[in-house]
Design a protein around this ligand. Structure first.
Ligand SMILES: Cc1cc2nc3c(=O)[nH]c(=O)nc-3n(C[C@H](O)[C@H](O)[C@H](O)COP(=O)(O)O)c2cc1C
Length: 451
Protein backbone atom coordinates (compact mmCIF):
# COMPACT_ATOMS: atom_id res chain seq x y z
CA UNK A 1 0.00 0.00 0.00
CA UNK A 2 1.50 3.35 -0.94
CA UNK A 3 -0.18 5.44 1.69
CA UNK A 4 -3.25 4.84 3.82
CA UNK A 5 -4.58 8.24 2.80
CA UNK A 6 -4.05 7.64 -0.95
CA UNK A 7 -7.65 6.40 -1.23
CA UNK A 8 -10.17 8.28 0.88
CA UNK A 9 -12.03 6.08 3.33
CA UNK A 10 -15.56 7.35 3.09
CA UNK A 11 -16.15 8.12 -0.55
CA UNK A 12 -15.33 5.43 -2.99
CA UNK A 13 -17.62 7.14 -5.48
CA UNK A 14 -16.05 5.91 -8.64
CA UNK A 15 -15.03 2.49 -9.81
CA UNK A 16 -11.52 3.87 -10.27
CA UNK A 17 -11.35 4.54 -6.55
CA UNK A 18 -12.43 0.99 -5.81
CA UNK A 19 -9.85 -0.36 -8.27
CA UNK A 20 -7.13 1.76 -6.64
CA UNK A 21 -8.12 0.57 -3.18
CA UNK A 22 -8.02 -3.09 -4.29
CA UNK A 23 -4.55 -2.45 -5.76
CA UNK A 24 -3.40 -0.95 -2.46
CA UNK A 25 -4.79 -3.91 -0.50
CA UNK A 26 -3.05 -6.37 -2.83
CA UNK A 27 0.21 -4.51 -2.23
CA UNK A 28 -0.31 -4.64 1.53
CA UNK A 29 -1.17 -8.37 1.42
CA UNK A 30 2.09 -9.04 -0.43
CA UNK A 31 3.85 -8.40 2.92
CA UNK A 32 2.33 -11.65 4.26
CA UNK A 33 4.67 -14.45 5.31
CA UNK A 34 5.18 -17.47 3.05
CA UNK A 35 7.38 -20.60 3.23
CA UNK A 36 10.93 -19.76 2.00
CA UNK A 37 9.46 -16.35 1.03
CA UNK A 38 8.09 -17.94 -2.14
CA UNK A 39 5.06 -15.61 -2.31
CA UNK A 40 2.92 -18.27 -4.04
CA UNK A 41 -0.06 -15.96 -4.69
CA UNK A 42 -1.02 -14.39 -8.01
CA UNK A 43 -3.76 -11.79 -7.42
CA UNK A 44 -5.77 -10.21 -10.24
CA UNK A 45 -8.52 -7.60 -10.16
CA UNK A 46 -11.56 -8.97 -12.03
CA UNK A 47 -15.11 -7.89 -12.82
CA UNK A 48 -16.46 -4.48 -13.56
CA UNK A 49 -18.38 -1.64 -11.99
CA UNK A 50 -19.21 -2.23 -8.38
CA UNK A 51 -18.66 -5.97 -8.90
CA UNK A 52 -14.88 -5.54 -8.86
CA UNK A 53 -13.14 -8.29 -6.92
CA UNK A 54 -9.69 -9.80 -6.52
CA UNK A 55 -9.11 -13.39 -7.61
CA UNK A 56 -6.03 -15.19 -6.39
CA UNK A 57 -4.44 -18.15 -8.19
CA UNK A 58 -1.45 -20.21 -7.02
CA UNK A 59 1.86 -19.94 -8.92
CA UNK A 60 3.08 -23.55 -9.49
CA UNK A 61 6.77 -22.52 -9.65
CA UNK A 62 6.33 -20.87 -6.24
CA UNK A 63 5.13 -24.03 -4.50
CA UNK A 64 7.49 -26.50 -2.77
CA UNK A 65 6.75 -29.96 -4.21
CA UNK A 66 9.54 -31.61 -2.17
CA UNK A 67 9.32 -29.69 1.11
CA UNK A 68 5.57 -29.04 1.18
CA UNK A 69 3.96 -31.86 -0.85
CA UNK A 70 0.60 -31.50 0.95
CA UNK A 71 0.47 -27.72 0.17
CA UNK A 72 -0.05 -27.10 3.90
CA UNK A 73 2.33 -24.16 4.02
CA UNK A 74 1.09 -22.76 0.69
CA UNK A 75 -2.51 -22.73 1.94
CA UNK A 76 -1.50 -21.29 5.33
CA UNK A 77 0.31 -18.46 3.57
CA UNK A 78 -2.72 -17.83 1.33
CA UNK A 79 -4.76 -17.55 4.54
CA UNK A 80 -2.22 -15.05 5.88
CA UNK A 81 -2.60 -13.12 2.61
CA UNK A 82 -6.39 -12.93 3.12
CA UNK A 83 -5.94 -11.78 6.72
CA UNK A 84 -3.55 -9.01 5.66
CA UNK A 85 -5.93 -7.94 2.89
CA UNK A 86 -8.84 -7.90 5.38
CA UNK A 87 -6.87 -5.80 7.88
CA UNK A 88 -6.20 -3.25 5.15
CA UNK A 89 -9.87 -3.30 4.11
CA UNK A 90 -11.02 -2.82 7.72
CA UNK A 91 -8.79 0.25 8.04
CA UNK A 92 -10.82 1.75 5.18
CA UNK A 93 -14.19 0.75 6.70
CA UNK A 94 -14.72 -2.36 4.56
CA UNK A 95 -15.16 -6.05 5.22
CA UNK A 96 -13.38 -8.40 2.87
CA UNK A 97 -15.82 -11.14 1.87
CA UNK A 98 -13.99 -14.29 0.82
CA UNK A 99 -15.34 -17.00 -1.44
CA UNK A 100 -13.23 -20.14 -1.68
CA UNK A 101 -13.28 -21.75 -5.13
CA UNK A 102 -13.07 -25.41 -6.23
CA UNK A 103 -9.41 -25.10 -7.40
CA UNK A 104 -8.39 -24.63 -3.75
CA UNK A 105 -9.15 -28.28 -3.10
CA UNK A 106 -7.45 -29.42 -6.32
CA UNK A 107 -3.93 -28.14 -5.69
CA UNK A 108 -2.51 -31.65 -6.24
CA UNK A 109 -3.42 -31.19 -9.92
CA UNK A 110 -1.12 -28.19 -10.33
CA UNK A 111 1.94 -28.65 -12.51
CA UNK A 112 5.32 -28.60 -10.73
CA UNK A 113 6.47 -25.44 -12.48
CA UNK A 114 5.13 -22.58 -14.53
CA UNK A 115 2.92 -19.56 -14.10
CA UNK A 116 -0.41 -19.20 -12.35
CA UNK A 117 -3.47 -20.12 -14.38
CA UNK A 118 -5.83 -17.12 -14.10
CA UNK A 119 -8.70 -19.39 -15.16
CA UNK A 120 -8.26 -21.40 -11.94
CA UNK A 121 -8.31 -19.00 -9.01
CA UNK A 122 -8.43 -20.59 -5.56
CA UNK A 123 -10.42 -17.82 -3.91
CA UNK A 124 -12.14 -14.53 -4.71
CA UNK A 125 -12.47 -11.59 -2.37
CA UNK A 126 -14.62 -8.49 -2.65
CA UNK A 127 -15.29 -5.52 -0.39
CA UNK A 128 -18.49 -4.68 1.43
CA UNK A 129 -18.84 -1.39 3.29
CA UNK A 130 -19.24 -1.99 7.04
CA UNK A 131 -22.59 -0.18 7.24
CA UNK A 132 -24.05 -2.38 4.48
CA UNK A 133 -22.50 -5.41 6.10
CA UNK A 134 -24.70 -5.05 9.18
CA UNK A 135 -27.76 -5.76 6.98
CA UNK A 136 -26.13 -8.67 5.25
CA UNK A 137 -24.73 -10.32 8.37
CA UNK A 138 -27.66 -12.60 9.00
CA UNK A 139 -27.13 -14.26 5.62
CA UNK A 140 -23.41 -14.83 6.06
CA UNK A 141 -21.84 -17.42 8.31
CA UNK A 142 -19.57 -15.92 10.97
CA UNK A 143 -16.31 -17.84 10.75
CA UNK A 144 -14.61 -17.13 14.05
CA UNK A 145 -15.54 -17.40 17.70
CA UNK A 146 -13.16 -16.64 20.58
CA UNK A 147 -11.47 -19.67 22.10
CA UNK A 148 -12.05 -19.42 25.85
CA UNK A 149 -8.90 -21.40 26.69
CA UNK A 150 -5.96 -19.13 27.47
CA UNK A 151 -2.43 -20.10 26.61
CA UNK A 152 -0.21 -19.28 29.55
CA UNK A 153 3.54 -19.25 29.41
CA UNK A 154 4.04 -19.50 33.15
CA UNK A 155 1.56 -22.35 33.56
CA UNK A 156 1.81 -25.30 31.18
CA UNK A 157 -1.09 -25.80 28.80
CA UNK A 158 -2.49 -29.25 29.33
CA UNK A 159 -2.39 -30.96 25.98
CA UNK A 160 -5.93 -32.29 25.94
CA UNK A 161 -8.19 -32.84 22.99
CA UNK A 162 -10.64 -29.91 23.11
CA UNK A 163 -14.22 -30.63 24.13
CA UNK A 164 -16.67 -30.17 21.29
CA UNK A 165 -18.43 -26.79 21.58
CA UNK A 166 -21.80 -26.00 20.06
CA UNK A 167 -21.28 -25.92 16.30
CA UNK A 168 -20.77 -22.28 15.37
CA UNK A 169 -20.99 -22.42 11.63
CA UNK A 170 -24.16 -23.33 9.84
CA UNK A 171 -23.68 -26.27 7.49
CA UNK A 172 -23.29 -25.22 3.86
CA UNK A 173 -24.19 -27.38 0.91
CA UNK A 174 -20.88 -26.75 -0.87
CA UNK A 175 -17.98 -25.77 1.38
CA UNK A 176 -15.88 -24.85 -1.64
CA UNK A 177 -18.24 -21.96 -2.30
CA UNK A 178 -18.83 -20.87 1.27
CA UNK A 179 -18.70 -17.11 1.67
CA UNK A 180 -17.31 -15.77 4.93
CA UNK A 181 -17.31 -12.24 6.27
CA UNK A 182 -14.16 -11.02 7.97
CA UNK A 183 -14.50 -10.02 11.62
CA UNK A 184 -13.41 -6.56 12.78
CA UNK A 185 -9.71 -6.59 13.58
CA UNK A 186 -7.52 -4.98 16.25
CA UNK A 187 -4.52 -5.06 13.88
CA UNK A 188 -3.44 -2.26 11.57
CA UNK A 189 -1.91 -2.06 8.09
CA UNK A 190 1.32 -0.91 9.77
CA UNK A 191 1.36 -4.14 11.80
CA UNK A 192 1.10 -6.08 8.53
CA UNK A 193 3.84 -4.00 6.89
CA UNK A 194 6.28 -4.17 9.78
CA UNK A 195 5.82 -7.74 11.06
CA UNK A 196 8.82 -9.91 10.27
CA UNK A 197 10.25 -13.26 11.18
CA UNK A 198 13.43 -13.28 13.30
CA UNK A 199 15.73 -16.31 13.31
CA UNK A 200 18.33 -15.11 15.84
CA UNK A 201 18.27 -15.48 19.63
CA UNK A 202 14.96 -14.76 21.36
CA UNK A 203 14.45 -13.88 25.04
CA UNK A 204 11.32 -14.92 26.96
CA UNK A 205 8.26 -12.78 27.58
CA UNK A 206 5.96 -14.80 29.84
CA UNK A 207 2.67 -12.84 29.89
CA UNK A 208 2.15 -12.43 26.18
CA UNK A 209 0.14 -15.60 25.62
CA UNK A 210 -2.25 -15.27 28.56
CA UNK A 211 -4.82 -13.26 26.64
CA UNK A 212 -5.46 -14.16 23.03
CA UNK A 213 -8.80 -12.38 22.67
CA UNK A 214 -7.44 -10.25 19.81
CA UNK A 215 -6.50 -13.41 17.91
CA UNK A 216 -10.05 -14.74 17.98
CA UNK A 217 -9.10 -18.38 17.46
CA UNK A 218 -11.96 -20.51 16.13
CA UNK A 219 -12.93 -23.30 18.56
CA UNK A 220 -11.38 -26.01 16.40
CA UNK A 221 -7.93 -24.40 16.59
CA UNK A 222 -5.81 -24.51 19.72
CA UNK A 223 -2.30 -23.56 20.74
CA UNK A 224 -0.20 -26.09 22.61
CA UNK A 225 2.99 -25.27 24.39
CA UNK A 226 6.17 -27.23 23.79
CA UNK A 227 9.08 -27.33 26.23
CA UNK A 228 12.56 -26.00 25.43
CA UNK A 229 14.22 -29.40 25.37
CA UNK A 230 11.71 -31.01 23.03
CA UNK A 231 11.81 -27.95 20.79
CA UNK A 232 15.60 -28.08 20.51
CA UNK A 233 15.66 -31.85 20.05
CA UNK A 234 12.86 -32.07 17.47
CA UNK A 235 14.27 -29.09 15.59
CA UNK A 236 17.66 -30.84 15.31
CA UNK A 237 15.87 -33.93 13.98
CA UNK A 238 13.93 -31.78 11.52
CA UNK A 239 17.04 -29.99 10.26
CA UNK A 240 18.84 -33.33 9.87
CA UNK A 241 15.86 -34.55 7.81
CA UNK A 242 15.96 -31.47 5.55
CA UNK A 243 19.72 -31.86 5.02
CA UNK A 244 19.58 -35.58 4.32
CA UNK A 245 16.69 -35.57 1.82
CA UNK A 246 18.28 -34.43 -1.41
CA UNK A 247 15.08 -33.15 -3.05
CA UNK A 248 14.10 -31.11 0.02
CA UNK A 249 17.64 -29.70 0.45
CA UNK A 250 17.90 -28.90 -3.28
CA UNK A 251 14.61 -27.01 -3.17
CA UNK A 252 15.79 -25.02 -0.13
CA UNK A 253 19.05 -24.18 -1.89
CA UNK A 254 17.03 -22.79 -4.82
CA UNK A 255 15.37 -20.28 -2.50
CA UNK A 256 18.55 -19.11 -0.75
CA UNK A 257 20.07 -15.78 -1.79
CA UNK A 258 23.29 -15.61 0.20
CA UNK A 259 24.87 -12.56 -1.39
CA UNK A 260 23.66 -9.39 -3.03
CA UNK A 261 24.96 -10.56 -6.42
CA UNK A 262 22.18 -13.15 -6.57
CA UNK A 263 19.84 -11.90 -9.35
CA UNK A 264 16.78 -12.36 -7.14
CA UNK A 265 18.26 -10.91 -3.94
CA UNK A 266 15.72 -8.08 -3.82
CA UNK A 267 12.72 -10.10 -4.99
CA UNK A 268 12.03 -13.32 -3.11
CA UNK A 269 13.59 -16.22 -1.19
CA UNK A 270 15.68 -16.00 1.96
CA UNK A 271 18.75 -13.79 2.15
CA UNK A 272 21.90 -14.18 4.28
CA UNK A 273 20.67 -11.23 6.38
CA UNK A 274 17.23 -12.79 6.97
CA UNK A 275 18.86 -16.05 8.04
CA UNK A 276 21.45 -14.31 10.22
CA UNK A 277 24.32 -16.11 8.47
CA UNK A 278 27.69 -14.49 9.28
CA UNK A 279 29.20 -12.75 6.23
CA UNK A 280 32.27 -15.05 5.80
CA UNK A 281 30.08 -18.17 5.91
CA UNK A 282 27.56 -16.64 3.51
CA UNK A 283 30.38 -15.75 1.08
CA UNK A 284 31.65 -19.32 1.22
CA UNK A 285 28.23 -20.89 0.61
CA UNK A 286 26.82 -18.32 -1.85
CA UNK A 287 28.31 -19.80 -5.07
CA UNK A 288 26.32 -23.02 -4.50
CA UNK A 289 23.08 -21.02 -4.60
CA UNK A 290 23.99 -19.38 -7.93
CA UNK A 291 25.88 -22.10 -9.83
CA UNK A 292 24.02 -25.34 -10.41
CA UNK A 293 27.31 -27.24 -10.98
CA UNK A 294 28.29 -26.69 -7.36
CA UNK A 295 24.99 -27.91 -5.95
CA UNK A 296 25.58 -31.66 -6.18
CA UNK A 297 28.76 -31.77 -4.05
CA UNK A 298 27.15 -29.45 -1.47
CA UNK A 299 24.02 -31.61 -1.34
CA UNK A 300 26.12 -34.78 -1.00
CA UNK A 301 28.03 -33.28 1.95
CA UNK A 302 24.83 -31.98 3.61
CA UNK A 303 23.23 -35.41 3.10
CA UNK A 304 26.08 -37.24 4.81
CA UNK A 305 26.08 -34.84 7.78
CA UNK A 306 22.25 -34.93 8.02
CA UNK A 307 22.09 -38.74 7.98
CA UNK A 308 24.80 -38.97 10.65
CA UNK A 309 23.02 -36.43 12.86
CA UNK A 310 19.66 -38.15 12.38
CA UNK A 311 20.95 -41.52 13.56
CA UNK A 312 22.77 -39.99 16.54
CA UNK A 313 19.71 -37.97 17.61
CA UNK A 314 17.31 -40.87 17.18
CA UNK A 315 18.86 -42.59 20.21
CA UNK A 316 17.95 -39.80 22.66
CA UNK A 317 14.96 -39.76 24.99
CA UNK A 318 13.14 -36.83 26.62
CA UNK A 319 11.89 -36.09 30.13
CA UNK A 320 8.07 -35.98 30.47
CA UNK A 321 6.51 -32.80 29.02
CA UNK A 322 4.95 -31.51 32.27
CA UNK A 323 8.25 -31.86 34.14
CA UNK A 324 10.24 -30.24 31.39
CA UNK A 325 7.74 -27.36 30.99
CA UNK A 326 7.84 -26.68 34.73
CA UNK A 327 11.62 -26.41 34.46
CA UNK A 328 11.49 -24.03 31.46
CA UNK A 329 13.11 -20.73 32.31
CA UNK A 330 11.09 -17.54 31.93
CA UNK A 331 14.12 -16.24 30.04
CA UNK A 332 13.59 -18.69 27.21
CA UNK A 333 11.21 -18.06 24.32
CA UNK A 334 7.76 -19.65 24.20
CA UNK A 335 7.39 -22.55 21.76
CA UNK A 336 3.89 -22.96 20.35
CA UNK A 337 2.14 -25.44 18.12
CA UNK A 338 -1.02 -24.49 16.25
CA UNK A 339 -3.25 -27.57 16.25
CA UNK A 340 -6.45 -28.02 14.23
CA UNK A 341 -9.05 -30.56 15.21
CA UNK A 342 -10.43 -31.93 11.94
CA UNK A 343 -13.57 -33.31 13.60
CA UNK A 344 -14.49 -29.99 15.23
CA UNK A 345 -13.61 -28.07 12.07
CA UNK A 346 -16.01 -30.22 10.07
CA UNK A 347 -18.75 -29.64 12.70
CA UNK A 348 -20.61 -32.83 11.74
CA UNK A 349 -21.00 -31.68 8.14
CA UNK A 350 -20.32 -34.79 6.07
CA UNK A 351 -19.14 -32.81 3.04
CA UNK A 352 -16.52 -31.14 5.20
CA UNK A 353 -15.49 -34.44 6.80
CA UNK A 354 -14.99 -35.95 3.33
CA UNK A 355 -13.03 -32.86 2.24
CA UNK A 356 -10.75 -33.24 5.29
CA UNK A 357 -10.19 -36.91 4.47
CA UNK A 358 -9.39 -36.08 0.85
CA UNK A 359 -6.91 -33.39 1.80
CA UNK A 360 -3.31 -34.36 2.45
CA UNK A 361 -3.14 -31.56 5.00
CA UNK A 362 -5.49 -33.39 7.39
CA UNK A 363 -8.12 -30.62 7.40
CA UNK A 364 -9.99 -29.41 4.33
CA UNK A 365 -8.22 -26.68 2.33
CA UNK A 366 -10.89 -24.05 3.18
CA UNK A 367 -10.29 -24.84 6.86
CA UNK A 368 -6.50 -24.67 6.38
CA UNK A 369 -7.10 -21.25 4.79
CA UNK A 370 -8.94 -20.14 7.95
CA UNK A 371 -6.06 -21.54 10.02
CA UNK A 372 -3.63 -19.44 7.94
CA UNK A 373 -5.66 -16.35 8.80
CA UNK A 374 -5.48 -17.27 12.49
CA UNK A 375 -1.73 -17.91 12.18
CA UNK A 376 -1.21 -14.42 10.77
CA UNK A 377 -3.26 -12.99 13.65
CA UNK A 378 -1.10 -14.92 16.13
CA UNK A 379 2.08 -13.57 14.55
CA UNK A 380 0.59 -10.05 14.52
CA UNK A 381 -0.43 -10.50 18.17
CA UNK A 382 3.25 -11.14 18.93
CA UNK A 383 4.41 -8.27 16.70
CA UNK A 384 2.01 -5.76 18.27
CA UNK A 385 3.55 -6.60 21.67
CA UNK A 386 7.09 -6.04 20.48
CA UNK A 387 7.85 -9.74 20.02
CA UNK A 388 9.19 -11.73 17.08
CA UNK A 389 8.30 -15.14 15.74
CA UNK A 390 10.68 -17.83 14.53
CA UNK A 391 8.79 -20.58 12.64
CA UNK A 392 10.00 -24.20 12.74
CA UNK A 393 8.12 -26.15 10.08
CA UNK A 394 10.91 -28.73 10.10
CA UNK A 395 9.23 -30.28 13.16
CA UNK A 396 6.20 -31.13 11.02
CA UNK A 397 8.03 -31.84 7.75
CA UNK A 398 10.24 -34.58 9.18
CA UNK A 399 8.09 -37.70 9.71
CA UNK A 400 10.25 -38.73 12.68
CA UNK A 401 10.10 -35.32 14.39
CA UNK A 402 6.40 -35.02 13.55
CA UNK A 403 5.61 -38.40 15.13
CA UNK A 404 7.52 -37.49 18.29
CA UNK A 405 5.83 -34.07 18.39
CA UNK A 406 2.38 -35.69 18.22
CA UNK A 407 3.33 -38.06 21.01
CA UNK A 408 4.83 -35.25 23.11
CA UNK A 409 1.59 -33.24 22.86
CA UNK A 410 -0.65 -36.31 23.20
CA UNK A 411 -2.42 -35.35 19.99
CA UNK A 412 -5.53 -37.38 19.15
CA UNK A 413 -6.50 -38.93 15.83
CA UNK A 414 -8.38 -35.83 14.64
CA UNK A 415 -5.66 -33.40 15.72
CA UNK A 416 -3.42 -31.95 13.03
CA UNK A 417 -0.28 -29.97 13.89
CA UNK A 418 -0.23 -27.14 11.35
CA UNK A 419 2.52 -24.81 12.50
CA UNK A 420 5.31 -24.72 15.08
CA UNK A 421 6.97 -21.46 16.09
CA UNK A 422 8.97 -19.84 18.89
CA UNK A 423 8.16 -16.36 20.14
CA UNK A 424 10.17 -13.91 22.21
CA UNK A 425 12.02 -10.63 22.27
CA UNK A 426 14.51 -10.38 19.40
CA UNK A 427 18.03 -9.87 20.75
CA UNK A 428 19.26 -8.35 17.47
CA UNK A 429 17.98 -6.28 14.55
CA UNK A 430 14.95 -7.82 12.85
CA UNK A 431 15.71 -7.95 9.11
CA UNK A 432 13.24 -7.00 6.41
CA UNK A 433 12.56 -9.62 3.75
CA UNK A 434 12.23 -8.72 0.06
CA UNK A 435 9.02 -8.91 -1.97
CA UNK A 436 8.29 -9.14 -5.69
CA UNK A 437 6.20 -6.01 -5.21
CA UNK A 438 9.02 -3.93 -3.65
CA UNK A 439 10.21 -0.94 -5.69
CA UNK A 440 13.24 -2.23 -7.59
CA UNK A 441 16.41 -0.29 -8.45
CA UNK A 442 16.63 1.06 -12.04
CA UNK A 443 17.55 -1.66 -14.56
CA UNK A 444 21.17 -0.42 -14.87
CA UNK A 445 21.64 -0.86 -11.15
CA UNK A 446 19.96 -4.26 -11.31
CA UNK A 447 22.43 -5.37 -13.96
CA UNK A 448 25.22 -4.35 -11.58
CA UNK A 449 23.64 -6.55 -8.95
CA UNK A 450 23.39 -9.49 -11.36
CA UNK A 451 25.55 -12.63 -11.14
C1 LIG B 1 3.39 -21.53 6.65
C2 LIG B 1 4.77 -20.95 6.87
C3 LIG B 1 5.80 -21.79 7.27
C4 LIG B 1 7.07 -21.25 7.51
N1 LIG B 1 8.08 -22.08 7.93
C5 LIG B 1 9.29 -21.57 8.24
C6 LIG B 1 10.33 -22.38 8.77
O1 LIG B 1 10.17 -23.57 8.96
N2 LIG B 1 11.53 -21.80 9.06
C7 LIG B 1 11.75 -20.47 8.87
O2 LIG B 1 12.85 -20.01 9.16
N3 LIG B 1 10.77 -19.66 8.37
C8 LIG B 1 9.55 -20.18 8.06
N4 LIG B 1 8.55 -19.36 7.60
C9 LIG B 1 8.79 -17.91 7.51
C10 LIG B 1 9.10 -17.50 6.09
O3 LIG B 1 10.36 -17.95 5.68
C11 LIG B 1 8.98 -15.98 6.03
O4 LIG B 1 7.65 -15.64 6.22
C12 LIG B 1 9.42 -15.41 4.70
O5 LIG B 1 10.79 -15.65 4.51
C13 LIG B 1 9.17 -13.91 4.61
O6 LIG B 1 9.78 -13.25 5.67
P1 LIG B 1 8.95 -12.33 6.68
O7 LIG B 1 7.89 -13.21 7.29
O8 LIG B 1 9.97 -11.88 7.69
O9 LIG B 1 8.37 -11.23 5.89
C14 LIG B 1 7.29 -19.86 7.34
C15 LIG B 1 6.24 -19.04 6.91
C16 LIG B 1 4.98 -19.58 6.69
C17 LIG B 1 3.85 -18.69 6.26
Amino acid sequence: MNDDQSTTDDDLRTVDDLRALLGDLVLLASRSPSPHNTQPWSPRVVGSGEGLAVEVAVVPSRTLPAGDPSFRDVVLSLGAWIESFSIGAAAHGYDAVVETLPALSLLQELPISGRADPAKPVFRVHLVARTLQADADHTLPVPVVADPRPVANSAPVTPVTPVAPEPTRPPTADPAREATAAPPTPFTPDDVRNRAVYRGRLAGHPETWNDLSDVDLPPWLSLRRLDDRAMAYLSRLGIAFTASRRSVARELLQWLRLDARHPRYLLDGMTDVMLGIPAPLARLAAPATRRTGLRDPVLALAGAIGRGAESLERARSLRPLALSLAESSTESPTHLVLVANARLAAADDTTRITAAMDSRIGVSEPDALQAGRALQRLWLHAHSRGLSVSPHSELIDSPLAHGLLRKRLSLGRSDVALSVFSVGVALGDVPRSPRLTDPQPPSGRRAELGP
